[in-house]
Design a binder for this molecule. Structure first.
Ligand code: FES
Length: 95
């Protein structure tokens, strides 16, 4: 389960589908310029709860987040998979 903190909306998660894709499929706006390739750094999430239910960060995500100076509970939606209940804030919801 993914809970959108801003709206309280709850959507089904899937451990093999990225949170970016899940948000897009549910028409929840989130910026992406690179299409989910861990290049643009626009799909940032703040994990408000359930960080321990997320997949570990991969090398590309670690490097991009480091270059952005992102904090500990920040993830790239395109590289994140929820394996349980997580609460997220979308940092760049777009328009
Ligand atoms: S969509 Fe570009 S880094 Fe995630």
């Amino acid at each position: 389960m993914i809970i959108i903190k801003e709206s309280g909306k709850r959507i089904e998660s899937n451990p093999v589908t990225s949170i970016l894709n899940i948000l897009q499929r549910n028409d929840i706006p989130i910026e992406t310029y690179c299409g989910g390739r861990a290049k643009c750094g626009r799909c940032l999430l703040h994990i408000a709860a359930g960080a321990d239910k997320m997949n570990p960060r991969g090398k590309a995500e670690i490097e991009l987040l480091r270059s952005l100076g992102a904090g500990e509970n920040i993830r790239l939606a395109c590289q994140s998979y929820a394996r349980g209940e997580v609460e997220i804030e979308i940092i760049n919801p777009g328009k």
